[in-house]
Design a protein. Sequence first.
Length: 249
Amino acid sequence: MDGIEPVAAALRRARGVVVLTGAGVSVESGLRPFRGRDGWWKGRDPTTLATPEAFEADPSLVSEWYDARRLAALAAAPNPAHEAIAELERQVVGAGGRFLLVTQNVDGLHQRAGSVRMVELHGNLTVWRDHRSGQRVTPGPAPFEAYPAPGPDGGWLRPDVVWFGEFLPQAALSAAAVAVASCDVMLVVGTSAVVFPAAGLVGQAAAAAAVTVEVNVEATPAAVGHRLIGPAGEVLPRLVREAFKADPR
């Protein structure tokens, strides 16, 4: 792959690495994208269901859709891209460096692949919370018995994700900003990174003179210094092998 060696060399030298991931990584595990016709459910546009107003108007419909997504995430398996990111973390941290994975995905596959140092900008749909009290629960692998499912404090369970119109978790944003400000390399994987706050993180990395790299099946408008075009599940394992002579596991 053209251009992979300069990126591998930058990773070998790096003392701080940030990886930003988006839906393209999850798609390679067979999960539907959130945006676009491929993600529609029962003829409904997901963007019309992922709001507090939609949950208030029809909690049964919204809960059923999110439960279907939760079960699909639990049935999916991490792919080679997830595994390569986890191996990259082990290599960087093992050499005494700093690492942070910043994911926009909500399926929990990064954790299952072994990623540890990470923040979830949009939450995690395998965790739910009582819509009144906010108390979190982790449902089992079976579908809910009713929609909406009752919460532990008299409310309804809703997924612990960020809906349109809600604020992203400040702690996650702060951790991402701190990591980006001191990173030497930032990988942008499976996302166009043109919507804020993701776009802002890439800009901050570039302003800090970090090497910025897009890994995607096609080039996007992301303002990066390098582009490695191809499926993340093919590009990232090769990049880790080139950089560290290590196979993701």
